[in-house]
Ligand binder design. Sequence first.
Ligand code: A5P
Length: 231
Amino acid sequence: VGSDNIAALKIEAAAQALTSVRSGMTLGLGTGSTAREFVRLLGEKLMTGELSGISAVCTSIVTQTQAESLGIPILQPDSKPSIDLAVDGADEIDPDLRLIKGLGGALLREKIVEQASRRFIVIADESKLVARLGRGRLPVEVVRFASPWIEERLRDAGLDPVLRTRDGVPFLSDEGNWILDIRIPPDRDIADVVSDLGRHAGVVETGFFPREATEALVAATGGVRRFVRPA
Ligand code: A5P
């Protein structure tokens, strides 16, 4: 599947997710190239009047900027919004609807918003489906002060941490933290690795989303497949 096709598939998945949106809903808006298509299409429906009364909580400053440019009313956490539905992309999706997210660096706010949502639909093209999570790296968000020590320990544990950089300087998350991208060794279970990570003071969150997604819409050339987490 070429990159043009992938771009088209992302739009198909996003369009399919939009059919679950009703007027008056409070939405959680994801981050990344697939979520961006969803927000763009949502803006179109609001423009034509097909949908109205939507408000949204955003998982990143980038998404908030896009949503504001489309006139979507933004809610901040201090108003304690009750979120009906979150829609976001993922980097990897396994057969149990467990995810790796955070290649775009928004994993912390994404997990916060998606855990606060009644329903979370993952939208993706089929290249994101994996038999086993850990094909790529797992992002680990760390407090800057702790990063040097955590990096050393994760290296000793065989997790090959790499400090994420952008334009030659450490990448800063929207919450002001750094990100270490680690490898899950093939002989280790991701859930075990993540539970070990939680023991280090200064690890804030990881991009492993074991139970947040309630369904996934995965676009392939033959159409969009829907996966639902068993209740
Ligand atoms: C952002 O931090 C990520 O979690 C994205 O949701 C994820 O990287 C998927 O992005 P794409 O839709 O661009 O592949």
